[in-house]
Design a protein around this ligand. Sequence first.
Ligand code: ADP
Ligand code: MG
Length: 255
Amino acid sequence: MQDATVVSIEGARKSFGETVVLKDISLAVRKGEVVAVIGPSGGGKSTLLRCMTLLETLDGGTLSYGDLTVAENDAAGRTAYAGKAVQKEAKTRFGLVFQNFNLFPHYTVMKNITDAPIHVQKRPKEEVEAHARTLLSKMGLTGKEDMVPCELSGGQQQRVAIARALALNPDVLFFDEPTSALDPELTQEVLKVIRDLAAEHMTMVIVTHEMNFARDVADRIIFMEGGVIVEEGDARSLVNDPKHERTKAFLSRCT
Ligand code: ADP
Ligand code: MG
């Protein structure tokens, strides 16, 4: 049986004023799949992630999380969103990790991770804290529970951000250039954590400039440029043997 689709966006269109940023993008991510999104700056990668995570609204196209239809096209082909309750439910199905960690600076590590599970998901404090300790241990951060973000390195802060996203038990994790604010050594410790999650078959969509990482960890790579998917395919084949001239040109600049 084919694995279930966790998130699917179809015919996505998005403009900012006169600037067309997404032109008919379709992407379906199956349970357990790791998809890397690569491409030059300005190609629409962040906008795609922001539309999939309801931080931006689509102009056209559909969005669903599993059986939950978040957005559909109306008769005129413009995106119509489901009501607040459906959107709220959809937001419980994914986690999002940004380039700049986005931790709450005045909260401890523990409170950063447990705040939403306790106050938004209304789960019992003891259970959530036990889960947080397990996640911190996986992230190599045992003993950092009572520290505040500024006492941690960038790599440690990003690992807290990943633990925070995982604490909500999402079906899929989105990463938008999770290591681009980090120096090479700290980059590796964050990539290792993501590799470990991939080995556990966590469903992930990762926008990244780390081509070796994308080739080794992703099942599938999407190459985006100018608001379209220029090429996509099996990660190794796409990196080792790109078909499209634009993909070749991009990869040759990257290595
Ligand atoms: P990428 O992540 O691939 O670098 P982005 O999705 O950030 O690309 O940006 C794609 C294009 O959309 C760029 O031309 C950018 O300037 C434009 N853009 C992104 N967000 C906004 C916004 N909020 N308002 C206006 N233009 C935007
Ligand atoms: Mg971006």
